[in-house]
Write a protein that binds this ligand. Structure first.
Ligand code: HSE
Length: 348
């Protein structure tokens, strides 16, 4: 089955996804009978293109590497805005990977709504829409008979959301506790080696871990958005971002790191959501974690999350929390889930 795809945003994640789709084309066709044709891309910085017969991804990636833009693609229609791209490109799946604005969710939330309203499946790694309007968007997708998938919003492609929703179905998740931001974990790990905060933040940005505005990482907002997505979408909570206490790592000094080390502890930015009667609560804050706590051993850009469940006790997922191919993969896995679901429907 061949799906037409439109990308809204073509930054690090979009380019990583394009590379995966290009390199895995044969494997995806052979193993899953999955084929796709990227027919449109709209990016606020790089321009926008539409080509009915589909873009050559190799040519596209060379173009963006060489010129920093996409609108020089030969033969493509240019100049469409994001909403026109969503509504008029004929895409079956809209991949929303524009920048995250955690205060308003915009413009991503409008993109997701427009795509669902017009009967298109949506996949996103953008935390804004899911953290602010997740349950509403799931409901809208159901009404329209399409899928809204967002695995990449939490811990990039490491399976957390789909895992909890699908593979832990039937258990009650009593608490979730973990390290949900790669940049801050990387910074804290490097500070343990005596490196300064500013220096390590710069490297995290160069490595593509940090958000466009690194305040989102270091002030804890990125981890906050992720724990709210888990609390609301997996644990059935109804949290608003503003309700959740959040402290980042900007106050942690090399001296604090050294003192913790002397106490056989490590500073970690811990995100937690837990049941409190019939409510779900959450918080994000740096904690001094004892060396024998599993999370103390999770260093660098790696993330880890422990689900405390009634039937299995603790189940922990550990893996990369950020990165170009890692987040690109999260979109691919959601595409394959949609394909699996649709194929089953078609066979029925
Ligand atoms: N900036 C985020 C992190 C990327 O460092 O974890 C994934 O949301």
């Amino acid at each position: 089955m061949t799906y037409k795809i439109a990308f809204i945003g073509f930054g690090t994640v979009g380019q990583g996804l394009a590379e995966i789709l290009m390199n895995k084309r044969d494997q995806l066709r052979r193993k899953y009978d999955f084929e796709c044709s990227v027919v449109a891309i709209s990016d606020i910085m790089k321009g926008s293109i539409y080509l009915e017969e589909g873009l050559d991804l190799e040519k596209l990636l060379s173009l963006v590497r060489e010129t920093g833009r996409i609108d020089g693609y030969p033969g493509a229609t240019t100049g469409w805005d994001s909403l026109k791209t969503i509504r008029e490109s004929g895409a079956d799946i809209v991949v929303e990977i524009s920048y995250t604005d955690i205060d308003t969710g915009e413009p991503a939330a409008s993109h997701v709504r427009a795509a669902l309203e017009s009967g298109k499946h949506v996949i996103t790694s953008n935390k804004g829409p899911s953290a602010l309007f997740g349950r509403e968007l799931v409901k809208l997708a159901r009404q329209k008979g399409v899928c809204f998938r967002y695995e990449g919003t939490v811990v990039s492609g490491t399976p957390v959301l789909n895992f909890a929703l699908e593979n832990l179905a039937g258990t009650e998740i009593r608490e979730v506790r973990g390290i949900l931001n790669g940049t801050t974990n990387y910074i804290l790990s490097e500070m343990e080696k005596g490196k300064g905060y500013e220096e390590t933040l710069k490297v995290a940005q160069e490595l593509g871990y940090a958000e466009a505005k690194p305040d989102a990482d270091v002030k804890g907002w990125d981890a906050l958005a992720k724990i709210v997505i888990i609390a609301n979408m997996v644990m059935g909570g109804d949290l608003k971002i503003a309700d959740v206490p959040c402290t980042g790592i900007t106050g942690i000094t090399l001296k604090d790191i050294e003192t913790a080390n002397q106490e056989n502890k490590r500073w970690k930015l811990i995100a937690r959501a837990w049941r409190d009667g019939d409510k779900v609560q959450a918080e994000v804050s740096p904690k001094k974690v004892p060396a024998d706590d599993f999370l103390a051993g999770v260093g660098g850009v790696t993330n880890a999350l422990t689900f405390d469940t009634d039937l299995l006790g603790n189940v922990t997922v550990v893996g990369p929390g950020a990165g170009r191919l890692e987040t690109g993969f999260s979109i691919l896995v959601d595409m394959l889930s949609i394909h699996r679901e649709r194929s089953a429907v078609n066979l029925a």
